[in-house]
Ligand binder design. Structure first.
Ligand SMILES: [Fe+2]
Ligand SMILES: [Fe+2]
Length: 259
């Protein structure tokens, strides 16, 4: 089964790119399942429940969030209504929503998990490594096909997670930093890995935002409003071909499709 993992969708241009590329890849029969990081889908900020559901309607099977999960009150109040929208598993106990979901597909069950790193991020998240251990313990019985979105700032922490989970899950992919890395590979235990999928949004920008205000902020230290940039967007991500019987990855292909 070919699983497309989509890097952070940023604002309206990102949503437009996502819809167009979904239609194209599905028409070409190149993908069977789609995991999309939607944490910046609403003008660069965390989506409402309705907006995350619109990504599901466009072709995503699961939408992951991240540190922007609670930007909208509607998501805080509504996330429990839709199991296909997940937030990091290692958010503090008592947070709404869930950090993983099991989805039935024509080819078998597939589980998607999201974790969040702690290096150069907020410090009040639980340990993502121990959270992963807990989820992957035999008593949880998650199954063989597990895709893990490791949302984080530091490459080291994301790569360490990839190595830690090698042989225990089908894929570990990084989100959050919006810069696609070229280190996709399959680890010795059969886990596909990439440090960051990249961004689905306007490339003529600083991580999806207009260049000028970001420069002004760096040059003066004065806060500026960072609007989502205009210009033609690109979808970035990776496609993993997974053996549904063993849960091992057969291949990982990094993709970048411009409009
Ligand atoms: Fe993030
Ligand atoms: Fe992001």
């Amino acid at each position: 089964m070919r699983v497309l993992m989509v890097g952070d969708i940023v604002g309206k241009p990102g949503r437009a790119a996502f819809l167009q590329v979904m239609n194209r890849l599905k028409a070409e029969d190149r993908i069977d399942f789609v995991i999309a990081c939607g944490e910046n889908a609403a003008a660069g900020r965390g989506p409402t429940l309705e907006m995350a559901q619109s990504l599901l309607n466009m072709g995503a099977d699961v939408v992951t969030l991240g540190d922007h999960a609670w930007d909208s009150k509607e998501m805080v109040e509504g996330i429990d209504l839709d199991s296909r929208i997940i937030r990091p598993e290692n958010f503090s106990k008592g947070a709404p929503g869930k950090g993983w979901v099991r989805v039935d597909t024509p080819e078998g069950e597939l589980v998607v998990v999201q974790l969040i790193g702690r290096v150069f991020m907020q410090s009040n998240y639980d340990c993502p490594f121990r959270a992963a251990d807990k989820l992957l313990s035999p008593s949880m019985n998650l199954g063989k096909v597990v895709f893990v979105d490791m949302h984080g700032e530091a490459s080291s922490e994301r790569m360490a997670m990839g190595r830690y989970l090698d042989g225990r899950v089908s894929a570990v992919f990084g989100t959050h930093t919006h810069c696609q890395t070229s280190d996709e590979r399959i680890f010795p235990g059969g886990t596909a890995y990439i440090t960051d999928l990249g961004m689905t949004g306007p490339q003529d920008s600083v991580l999806g935002r207009e260049v000028e205000p970001v420069l002004k902020k760096f040059l003066t230290g004065v806060p500026h409003k960072f609007d989502v940039a205009k210009g033609d967007p690109t979808l970035e991500g990776a496609i993993v071909d997974v053996d549904m019987k063993t849960g091992k990855a057969r291949s990982i292909e990094r993709i970048r499709i411009g409009l």
